[in-house]
Design a protein around this ligand. Sequence first.
Ligand code: HEC
Length: 112
Amino acid sequence: MLILLTLCLLLFKTCFSNSISENKGFITAGGELYKNRCANCHGDNAKGKSNGFFLSPSLKDFDKGYEEFISILMNGYGRMPAWGGRSKLTNEQLNQLASYLKNISSKKANWK
Ligand code: HEC
């Protein structure tokens, strides 16, 4: 069991080592993805949005770090369904989203 856990962790680290990019193309692609897949709930420019029943938080202040971001997207989080309720995203797409969000984030945010 412990071996399995260690293996998973190692795999997780190699697959999802923090690949946030300052590359403009990456950030732009992330912005497009955000518009198509997230803006509906999280609002334009990720500033958060209420749908009348509950609030989808602003993502500008996201402070849980990169690995937690990946985990939230893959597994869902509270009222947010995995992948935002749509089809899976590739590692590259997840990193594009993270790059975009970090690029527009506030000082409070933590993407490490
Ligand atoms: C169907 C609506 C919906 C969609 C689509 C959606 N989210 Fe969410 N998201 C939520 C809700 C609601 C929460 C808050 C969950 C809670 O607190 O119970 C949340 C929480 C989060 C969080 C955690 C924020 C924090 O500070 O704890 C992240 C990160 C996140 N969403 C990213 C994304 C990204 C990136 C996308 C696009 C791929 C996306 N979400 C699409 C509804 C959505």
